[in-house]
Design a protein around this ligand. Sequence first.
Ligand SMILES: [Zn+2]
Ligand SMILES: [Zn+2]
Length: 229
Amino acid sequence: MTRISGRTRGRNGFTVLPARDFVKIMTRSFHSYEDAVAFHGHTCPGLALGYRAAEYAMKRLGAERSADEDLVAIVENDACGVDAVQALAGCSVGKGNLIMKDIGNHAYTFINRKTGTAIRLVQRPEPLTERLDPEAAALRKKVMSGKATPAEEKEFSGRQAAIIEKILTIPFSELFIEKEARSEIPERARISGSVPCAVCGEMVAEHRARVKNGKIVCIPCAGEYSRGW
Ligand SMILES: [Zn+2]
Ligand SMILES: [Zn+2]
C-alpha cells in the first residue's frame, strides 16, 4: 500500500492530497516482470513474451511508460502478452492507447507519438516453448488434458518456470523479429459526451448511440440490424 504523507483537509471537508503525492500516484510506474505478474494474475510464457516485447520497444523508441497517450500499442492478439504491454508500457484500453486489432497474429506494434517512430515486433515462427524445452511438450499435453499425476504436475510447473526464466533472459532476437510498422499514427482518443438512452435510461457515449424512431437510444435498445456487409 502506498503511504501518503501530509494529508490535509480541504475547505469542503474532503481529504486533499498534496500535489507532490498526487503526481506520484498518477504516474506510478510499473517496471518489473513482477509488476506484470501482479497485473495479469499469474506468470506464464505468454506474459514473459509480452514483457520482453514491451521492454524492447520502449528502449528502441526511447519511450517511457505512457502516463498519457504518447506511446501507443497496436496488439494483434488477445493473449496473455497483452497484459504485460498494459502493465509495462502503460498502453491500456481505458486511455485509448491500446488498440486491439485481434486478428490472431503474434505481433505487437509500438508507436512513439513524440518522435513519430514505430516498430512492429513479430514472434519468431518456430514453436518457442518446444525449442526452449523439447521434453516438456509431452508433459504439457498430459497436464492440459487433466491426466497428469501430482508428481508430473509438479515437474511441469518447474519446467514451466525454467522456460519463463529463459524467455526473460535470452537475446531478444531469439524471440522476436523486428519489422517495419504497417500503420499510420492513430488519432488520439476523443473525449465523447454521453446522452441518456430514451428506452432504458442508461447513459451511453454519443459516438456509440443510435437513433430509433427518431429517439436517441443505446445499442442493445436499438436492436441488431445488419445487411451482412
Ligand atoms: Zn497468462
Ligand atoms: Zn438503452
